[in-house]
Design a protein. Structure first.
Length: 211
């Protein structure tokens, strides 16, 4: 749950992509079978269940590198590979600060019915809502476009079970898969960190599908 103290902290929240005090992200890959097990919120998949390539991204809504990926690479990845049935994609929560946690809670409300529309909107407008002295208020204003009234917005942020579920996804990523920075991608279990370009992703995708 986002507390009043958290709201004060948000005003000074950094938008860096690495958790403080941790070493650079480890390079080892992980078990694809273990990676595919969903967390308490389930996974919001985009793409065919029969796709040869599965991409799971761990991201934070306050990470500028994540915004770069979603605003530049993701549309092209979706058009070339996801919409054509060759790649299946899911974004998982790895909030780096309380405001990112709040954003994911809002995206996950109503059984994730607006998950990607909300996530996409927050990445597209990140520079505006995060820049002010009160980023949570900026997020509230932004999400009015997605139909969130002030009452609904505040009610979601009081949902303790949802708060714990978002953090459970993050904690499992850190403990089980050693995720330390955002964005971190797992492509059929192969780890890649940083805002990947479409060309960088295709060097991994094409050999798998035989292109």
């Amino acid at each position: 749950m986002i507390t009043r103290r958290d709201t004060i902290v948000l005003a000074a929240a950094a938008t860096g992509a690495t958790l403080a005090g941790l070493s650079p992200a480890r390079a080892q890959n992980v078990s694809a079978t273990e990676l595919m097990k969903p967390g308490p919120l389930g996974d919001a998949w985009v793409g065919s269940e029969t796709a040869k390539v599965t991409i799971i991204e761990y991201a934070s809504l306050t990470c500028s590198h994540c915004a770069t990926f979603h605003n530049t690479t993701w549309p092209e990845l979706k058009k070339r590979w996801v919409d054509t049935g060759q790649v299946r994609f899911a974004l998982r929560e790895f909030p780096l600060d309380p405001i990112a946690t709040a954003g994911f809670m809002l995206a996950r409300a109503d059984k994730s019915a607006k998950y990607y529309p909300v996530v996409d909107l927050l990445f597209e407008t990140q520079k505006s809502w995060i820049a002010g002295a009160k980023p949570l208020d900026g997020m509230r204003q932004t999400l009015r476009q997605a139909g969130y009234s002030q009452e609904r917005f505040d009610a979601i942020l009081r949902d303790q079970a949802l708060y714990e579920a978002v953090n459970a996804v993050k904690n499992r990523a850190a403990e089980t898969f050693k995720v330390e920075s955002t964005p971190t991608f797992f492509i059929n279990g192969q780890r890649k960190t940083g805002a990947q370009s479409i060309d960088e992703l295709e060097t991994i995708i094409k050999p798998i599908i035989g292109a």
